[in-house]
Write a new protein. Structure first.
Length: 372
């Protein structure tokens, strides 16, 4: 009876959350075209439909998957509709990931999923715009889900490697939406290293090898494709190397070393120091705590690569930030309950210090409700 009652409560929670998400996301299906980036994606998509080759015949500075989706949909309304369902699928996969991390802790699963579903749907973070960050979340979350679903559950190395290989494929797909997704892949590699002593070094190397091979397959497939089209140089320049000067370039007055700002270098050194500290403390921290901390700070590093104040950059931080709120309901260690509050303060500091732009959610919803 208790189990049945819990299932009923869980169903009611899903219905309430689904209603709130629909309330926040339905306006994106009716909003007129107002955001220039979506116009760029659809322009390149139309060019692809007419037979032009990306990067050789028409140019932009992102990897190809976003333009392929724009080409597949063919119109602004269908592009937004596909993103609408993509967003719902992303929330569902996050829920399954949270269920893995927090096992039967229903409160932790509910609070973390609710945070993620609502925050990623807010105009505040440009959740109402079909940008690359919003698309790349789904393969990133699916990659982490595969890793932790079969971590310690596989009966053989061969079986285990296939799941790590598939996770690598998913992280690579995320990078083919936008390059900063590489740092989520880096988080997965760092977490692998933190498993040393819970797994043998040989097993860890096996996992890492499988993950890296899976990651390289889609990337090299695109290299082969554009190479056969005699456009490999244009592709590598436009989608990858051209983005290097973009790093930390918002303020030209900052001191730079080899085109990288001191801020960028300090953030990178902090990330390395964090990994060293977590490695030393790996026996004292649970896996979920290590995942949240590593994933959050690698995502922060990625979001601040250019220090540009575009709110959709912060979307990449939301999965780990949302998971951290589930730690409040863990009974084993009272200290970890302060982690979400610390991450919240860091999040607020980032938002204010870098002057991220802000979109008033209530005004946007009120305007939509007033539409004839």
């Amino acid at each position: 009876m208790k189990s049945k009652s819990a299932q009923i409560k869980h169903s009611y929670w899903w219905l309430i959350l689904f209603f709130l998400v629909l309330l926040l996301r339905i306006p994106l299906l009716f909003e007129p075209f107002t955001y220039a980036d979506e116009g760029i994606y659809l322009t390149l998509g139309q060019a692809l439909r007419k037979g032009l080759l990306l990067y050789r015949d028409i140019h932009d500075n992102k990897p190809p998957l976003l333009y392929l989706i724009a080409a597949f949909t063919g119109s602004f309304s269908l592009y937004r509709l596909l993103y609408f369902f993509w967003g719902l699928a992303t929330i569902f996969v996050f829920h399954r990931l949270a269920a893995l991390f927090f096992s039967k802790n229903e409160k932790a699963i509910i609070i973390s999923t609710s945070f993620f579903a609502i925050l990623t749907s807010l105009p505040m973070f440009e959740g109402n715009i079909a940008n690359a960050e919003n698309f790349m979340l789904l393969p990133i979350l699916a990659g982490f889900y595969l890793i932790f679903k079969f971590l310690g559950q596989a009966n053989s190395k061969a079986k285990f490697s296939w799941f790590w290989l598939t996770a690598g494929l998913l992280f690579s797909i995320a990078v083919l939406f936008k390059v900063p997704a590489f740092f989520d892949f880096l988080a997965a590699l760092m977490i692998c290293l933190l498993l040393i002593e819970t797994k043998t070094v040989k097993t860890i190397i096996f996992h890492l090898f499988s993950l890296i091979i899976g990651f390289l397959i889609p990337l090299f497939s695109t290299f082969v494709f554009f190479g056969l089209k005699q456009a490999l140089g244009q592709y590598l320049t436009a989608a990858f190397s051209q983005n290097l000067p973009y790093l930390s370039s918002w303020g030209d007055s900052t001191v730079k070393i080899s085109s990288f700002s001191l801020e960028f270098i300090f953030r990178f050194l902090f990330l390395i120091l964090l990994l060293i500290i977590l490695f030393l403390l790996r026996r004292k921290l649970s896996l979920v705590v290590k995942v949240v901390i590593v994933w959050f700070f690698t995502a922060v590093f990625a979001a601040l690569l250019s220090t540009r104040p575009y709110p959709h950059y912060l979307i990449q931080i939301l999965p780990s930030f949302s998971l951290s709120w589930g730690l409040i309901f863990l009974k084993r260690n009272q200290v970890v309950k302060i982690i979400p509050l610390v991450l919240l303060l860091i999040f607020i500091f980032i938002f204010k210090f870098f002057n991220f732009w802000y979109y008033p959610t209530w005004v946007i919803l009120r305007t939509f409700m007033a539409m004839p």
